[in-house]
Design a protein around this ligand. Structure first.
Ligand code: NAP
Length: 244
């Protein structure tokens, strides 16, 4: 239990145990935020990340929640408020990514994608807007939202929908809450892919190299610091979206 605070700002990051989410948590902690680190199944990694943040002088508490479960997701913001007494930033980073074309995908896979990648962020955004006097929401999208490739149709459409929600929420939640997004490109390969996969793809994009998790964390901090920006998407993708 952390039970301190109301002095430091608090950031809730979903899927914060590993990979991009971990980098965002650690960067926010270095910037002085207390971290509410949400995780699904990666309990051990979540505790490890929380431990690293504490070792660096930061504050971090972990929160387990299956984002497929809308009721449990609705309890997440209240649990963070109970722990820290305030909430200033929400980063919707957690996501699933399964292969499914328009013709071949199972309806169960569509339900899972929309539950985790769209409905859960919406539930959290709504809770955040209801409880926060002011603050920031940042949704993590994907550079492919500007394209219409259907190899990952359910994933892509869930992210396109979240991009639209980002703009609508930026209007409705203003002026108290700014709502922005980061659209990563070639950052980390899916867990199932071998190394070299992203390097091969990177040859085809304008900057001809992959990015890294720190690029995404940097974009999140940029959006938090620039208080005249709302409804914006930063494409952190080496120019890949330009090939749209
Ligand atoms: N990797 C890239 O290069 C890339 C490119 C474009 C866009 N993005 C976007 O950037 C974000 C982070 O990417 P990533 O590759 O780091 O993500 P990831 O490893 O695929 O997933 C992030 C986390 O989402 C959580 N999650 C998934 N289903 C969940 C559920 N039902 N309940 C609770 N948590 C759940 C998992 O938490 P647990 O492990 O705790 O279960 C997982 O660690 C995602 O939104 C992704 O779409 C990434």
């Amino acid at each position: 239990m952390v039970k301190e605070n109301s002095v430091r700002k608090v950031a809730l990051v979903t899927g914060g145990a590993r990979r991009i989410g971990e980098a965002v948590c650690r960067a926010l902690a270095r910037s002085g935020y207390s971290i509410a680190l949400h995780y699904g199944t990666s309990g051990a990694a979540a505790e490890q990340t929380a431990g690293r943040i504490s070792k660096d002088g930061g504050v971090c508490a972990t929160f387990a929640c299956d984002l497929v479960d809308g009721h449990a997701t609705g309890d997440l913001v209240p649990a963070v408020l109970e722990e820290f007494g305030r909430l200033d930033v929400l980063v919707n980073n957690a996501s699933i990514f399964e292969k499914s074309s328009l013709e071949s995908g199972s309806l169960e896979s569509w339900d899972r994608h929309f539950a985790v990648n769209f409905k859960a962020p919406y539930i959290l955004m709504r809770s955040f807007a209801r409880c926060a006097k002011e603050g920031n929401i940042i949704n993590i999208l994907d550079t492919h939202i500007v394209r219409n490739k259907t190899a990952n149709a359910a994933y892509l459409l869930s992210k396109k929908t979240l991009a639209e929600l980002t703009k609508m929420a930026a209007v409705e939640f203003a002026p108290r809450v700014r709502v922005n997004a980061v659209a990563p490109g070639l950052i980390l390969p899916p867990v199932s892919q071998k190394s070299g996969y992203l390097e091969r793809l990177a040859k085809q994009i304008p900057l001809q190299r992959r990015g890294n998790v720190e690029n995404i964390a940097h974009a999140v901090l940029f959006l938090l610091e620039n208080d005249y920006v709302t409804g914006q998407v930063i494409f952190e993708d080496g120019g890949e979206h330009l090939h749209g």
